[in-house]
Design a protein around this ligand. Sequence first.
Ligand SMILES: Nc1ncnc2c1ncn2[C@@H]1O[C@H](COP(=O)(O)OP(=O)(O)OP(=O)(O)O)[C@@H](O)[C@H]1O
Length: 548
Amino acid sequence: MSPSSPKSSKRAAPAPNAEPLEPSASGRREGAFAWALPWFAPAALLALWWIVSELGLFPPILLPSPQAVFSRAWQLLASGELFEHAATSLARVFAGFLISSTLALACAFLFHALPRAERAASLVFEALRVVPPLSLVPLLILWLGIDEAPKLAIVILASFFPIYLSSFDALRSTDRSYASLARILGLSSAERIRHVLLPGAAPGILTGLRLGFGYAWRALVGAELIAAASGLGYLIEDASMLAKTDIVMVGILSIAVLGVACDALFRRVLERFLPGRSRKAGKPVTSKAASTSAADLRRATADDAQLPGIDIARLRAGYPDAQGIVERPTIDGLSLALRPGTITALLGRSGCGKTTLLKVIAGLLPASGGRVTFSSGKRPLLGMVFQAPTLLPWKTVRENVRLALLGEPVSQADARVDEVLALVGLLARAEDYPQNLSGGQQQRVGFARALARSPKLLLMDEPFGALDAITRSELQRESIRIFASTRMTVLMITHDVREAVAMADRIAVMAEGTIAASFDLEMPQPRRLTDPKVAALEERILAELLSR
Ligand SMILES: Nc1ncnc2c1ncn2[C@@H]1O[C@H](COP(=O)(O)OP(=O)(O)OP(=O)(O)O)[C@@H](O)[C@H]1O
C-alpha cells in the first residue's frame, strides 16, 4: 500500500512534535467521574449495611438499619444535642491540638538547633512515645483531677509525637540537603531559616500537623470516658450503657465526618499556602537584559593580578567518625597549584577524593593537615556548581539565583539576575519553578547562581556529568565562552577526558587522595578535538588515568 493512501495516513503514528491528541471518549468519561471516585467505597459500604439490615441477618440492637441511624441523627441534630456534643469535642480537640502542636514545634526547632540536647532527650521521648496515653489515665486522674485537665492531657500526649517527629525529621533532612548551599552562598542564620529551612521543612511539618490532628481525634473518645458530661465520646459511652446502638453509631459517624472534614482542611492549606507547590509554568520573560552578552559580564573587572591563585601543600583531610576522629584520610599529602585566572580540570577514578578536595577548598570540610593558601590572603568570593543542580523547589528560577545576592540592593540584584540568566540562555524561564525545567536547564540555573556574585574562584563538581551528549557539549561551549569573558580562577571536576582537554589550562590526575600527574595545555581556544596535538594529549591522559 502506498504511504500516501488515505488508509495508511490514518494509521500513521503522530509526528513527535504533533499537538497533543484529543482525549478519547473513555478518557473523557473517566475524567468526568473522577470526582466521584472517593465516594464509591462509602456508597458501597452504605449499600452493604442496608442490605444486611434489610435481610435481618443481625438483630437491630446489634446493627440498626441506616434509616434508623440517620433518623436518630436528624433527631439529635434538630434538638441541638448532637451539635452541643460535637462542639464540646471539637473544642477539646482544638485546645489539645493547639497546645501539643506549639510544644512539638518548639521542641523540634530547639532540638534541631541543639543536637546534643536532642540526644540527651531522645531516650525519654522514645519511651513516652510508645506508652499508650490511655494507660496514663489513672495517674492523670490522680494528678489532675477529673475535670478538663486530664482529657486535654490525653489529647496532647496522643498528638504531640507525630507532630514532633515529622517536623524534626523535616528540619533535619532539609538542613542536610541544603547545608553546603547555604554556606557557599554565605547566608546568615536568619536568611537560612527564612529562605531554606522553613519553606523546605514546611511540607513535613504540615504532614505532622495533619497526622497529629488525626491522633487527637482518635484519643478523644478515650479522654471523654473520664467523668465527662458532654462530648461525642460521652455520647457514645452513655448510649452504649443504655444499649442505644443507633446513638452509638451516630456518635462514631459524627467523629468520622468531623475528622475527615478537618483533614480536608489541612490538605487545602498544604496545597494553597506552600510556595511553589503548584508547579505551574511561569510566563515567559523578555527584557533588555536578554541580549546580554558574555562581554557584559566583565563588571567584575578583575584582571589576572587580582584573581586568586591557590597553593595547596601536603593537604590531608577526611570525614570524622562518630567520635570525631578521621581514621583514614581521604586526601593524603596532596599538593597542587592553581594559577590565577586559569581553568584546572581534576580527573580521577570514582572515590579518589575529588569532591572532598573541592569541599576543603570551599571551606565546607576542615583540613586535618597541610595547608591551602590563597594568594589573596583569605578565601576569595567563590561560586560553586554542585554535582546536582541543588535548586530550591519552592523558589522560582529567578528567586533561586537571587538567593546568591540577598545582601544587594533589590534593583541591582534583579538586574544582575537578569544578566546571568540571559547568559545561560534562561531569562525566558525566570518565573518557572525548577520542576518545570529539564535536567540540563536546571544545571544552567545552578551555573547562573554560581556566577551571580561575580566570584573570583569558581568550583565545579562534575557540572555536566548528568547531561545528555548534546546539552553537555552546548554547556561546555557556553562555559568556555563565559570563562573567556569573565575572569575567574576555575577548578572543575570531570570524568570526561575530552571535556578536560577542551576546556582546561591544566589537567590534574588524582589517585588515592593525591595528585598523580599533571599536564599543562598551552593550546589556544577553541580547540578542535580532531587536532592531532589535542588528540595525542587526550590519549596520554587517558592512559595515565587507566594506569591508576
Ligand atoms: N560525607 C561523607 N562521610 C564519609 N565518607 C565520605 C563522605 N563523602 C565521601 N566520603 C568518602 O570519601 C571518599 C572520597 O569521596 P569523594 O566524594 O571525594 O570522591 P570523588 O572522587 O569525588 O568520587 P566521584 O567521582 O564518584 O564523585 C569515598 O571513599 C567516600 O566514600
